[in-house]
Design a protein around this ligand. Structure first.
Ligand code: SAH
Length: 350
């Protein structure tokens, strides 16, 4: 019975029919055995597009300053205890250089919405990175900006942009964000990015406060319609200096189910096994890959800054040792499940 149910869900999702809220609730209630065909189909789908490759991105957290006040995030401006830093352009370039020598071919510049990083700083930095290093992709994850700014950064050579939509339910969006932010503007940004030509990533936290199966249904419908090139999905993890400090953290199992459904809905999407997933579960990285993810994002941020980029409690820093050793270990683990690390740019397959 359960098995027939999951088979029907898989079949429908493959046809682009998003499971309704009631069905999502039932899926979340299934045990691992009943769910295994879902994960299996998600893996097969990833394999059919990207073969056994798991792509690698070097994450650089360039600033912990943020003008926004998102209720879930430890970097929110009201958190007076947050330690703020910003990495100078020259140093960001040096970090890319070290990463390049270690084989990285995608650099993700992520940060809070920090007015210091205007186009006049970012355009020359992106140009410099793109001209100094061959076959490199630059991904930006710097929040909401004007269309003009997105254009300038794209023309400077940025290839991809990550901007999680956070939730596709505008009422839910309001509960997660201060008054001056809106789902409408978030969507405007995402559609601008796509129109300009970026490989565009949206995404969400699973288990964020006030999230319901209904809002997750809306997330899946939005993802199907927007058809992003990338989707970031991780569990919500509370941060002690935010208004959401007493909320429970998101479920790893639900996160993996959402990953698998998104993989089946958008077969060609690049889906990372996120840092939050790894923080919530020691085996999160492999579990993510086994549920349809095909990207990992090791952190290249220098140690002196890393602990200060605290968007949630206990953010993992386990990949800080020797990056070469770290990658070898992951590759070994991946080999056991028929996957391998691929250090090339790893673009979206058109
Ligand atoms: N300022 C950038 C980058 C934000 S950090 C932007 O707006 O896009 C990247 C992502 O981390 C966010 O989009 C959010 O989904 C996630 N995040 C923030 N706080 C979190 C928390 N407490 N738990 C889990 N994920 C969180």
């Amino acid at each position: 019975m359960k098995k027939d149910f999951i088979e029907r869900i898989i079949e429908n999702t493959q046809k682009g029919i998003v499971p309704k809220a009631e069905d999502l609730k039932l899926i979340f209630g299934c045990d691992d055995k009943a769910l295994s065909p879902l994960y299996e189909r998600a893996r097969e789908t990833a394999f059919s597009v990207y073969s056994d490759n798991v792509f690698v991105r070097g994450l650089i957290e360039i600033t912990s300053f943020c003008k926004n006040d998102c209720l879930y995030c430890g970097l929110r401006r009201s958190n007076k205890e947050a330690q703020r830093y910003r990495i100078k352009e020259e140093d960001i370039f040096e970090i890319c250089k070290i990463g390049y020598e270690k084989g990285f071919r995608t650099f993700v510049l992520q940060g809070g919405e920090d007015g210091y990083f205007g186009d006049e700083i970012l355009v020359p930095l992106i140009e410099k990175i793109k001209s100094a290093f061959k076959n490199v992709a630059v991904t930006l994850s710097l929040g909401e900006r004007t269309k003009e700014s997105y254009k300038n950064l794209f023309n400077a050579g940025a290839d991809r942009y990550l901007l999680r939509h956070e939730t596709a339910d505008s009422k839910h969006y309001k509960k997660l964000h201060p008054k001056d932010m809106s789902y409408e503007n978030r969507k405007r940004c995402l559609y601008d990015l796509k129109e300009i030509g970026y490989q565009t990533g949206c995404g969400l936290m699973v288990g964020s406060p006030y999230q319901t199966e209904e809002s997750l249904y809306k997330d899946l419908v939005f993802i199907k319609e927007f058809y992003p090139e990338m989707v970031g999905i991780g569990p919500f993890i509370p941060h002690k200096k935010t208004p959401f400090k007493d909320f429970e953290k998101g479920s790893v199992k639900k996160t993996l189910i959402m990953l698998a459904l998104v993989r089946i809905l958008v077969p060609k999407a690049l889906l990372p096994a996120t840092t939050a997933l790894k923080t919530a579960d020691g085996n999160g990285l492999l579990k993510g890959i086994l549920s349809g993810a095909n990207v990992i994002m090791p952190n290249l941020t220098p140690d002196e800054y890393r602990t200060k980029y605290e968007i949630y409690d206990g953010k993992t820093t386990s990949d800080k040792k020797c990056i070469k050793e770290y990658l070898e270990n992951i590759d070994n683990e991946l080999n056991k499940i028929g996957r391998r690390l691929n250090m090339s740019r790893g673009d979206y397959k058109k």
